[in-house]
Design a protein around this ligand. Structure first.
Ligand code: ZN
Length: 201
């Protein structure tokens, strides 16, 4: 895992995105705060911790302590999302909210003024290497339009099915943060891959 983080840094990616899965909110398991803390010494890049877990409030302080910079939770996993946002902010971290493909952007409206990032899942979360769901790009377009209309400045992130082929349309839809897992780690030239995703090559 430490080598993987070094590869991300050497490829000149901007952030390390860390998918935390609990086997309940999504049908797969990854790791907890200890792993995030163990990875922290490997890079100074921001850690974007994506919590695909039930009851995120219980673990958010531990992830903050472990060295997360952005902490992104799922709207579908909480009742009092605004409270969760405040908890993350109170720990000095940047709050993000994510929605799965079946959740409409309109459910985020009340939260948008309080958050630093919206993460649009462009596949159903749980497994790497899936194909991008094209209709999710419409959600990114409408979110970008709402952001402009309300004069807000949260980042729009897209996660799932992003590779060399899909990245231009994801970027053109209004995405600021492109997240890649399988496509990055299977790329022969990772530096070049990052340039393509950033649209500078
Ligand atoms: Zn993720």
């Amino acid at each position: 895992m430490g080598e993987a983080v070094s590869e991300i840094q050497n490829a000149e990616a901007d952030w390390v995105h860390i998918d935390v899965m609990d086997g309940i909110f999504v049908p797969n398991l990854t790791f907890g705060p200890k792993m995030v803390g163990d990875l922290r010494p490997y890079t100074d890049l921001p850690f974007d911790v994506h919590l695909m877990i039930e009851k995120p409030d219980q673990l958010i302080p531990a992830f903050a302590e472990a060295g997360a910079d952005y902490i992104t939770f799922h709207l579908e996993a909480v009742v009092h999302a605004h409270r969760t946002v405040q908890l993350i902010r109170s720990l000095g971290k940047k709050p993000g909210v994510s929605i799965v493909p079946s959740t409409p952007v309109s459910l985020l409206t009340e939260l948008l003024p309080f958050i630093d990032q919206v993460l649009i899942m462009t596949v159903n979360p749980g497994f790497g290497g899936q194909n991008l769901i094209e209709t999710c790009l419409d959600k990114i377009r409408s979110l970008a339009a709402i952001r402009k209309e309300l004069n807000l400045n949260f980042l729009i992130a897209a996660d799932g099915g992003i590779n060399v082929q899909t990245s231009p349309k994801v970027r053109n839809a209004g995405t600021d943060v492109l997240i890649a897992g399988s496509a990055f780690f299977s790329a022969a030239d990772k530096k070049q891959f990052v340039k393509v995703l950033k649209g500078i090559s």
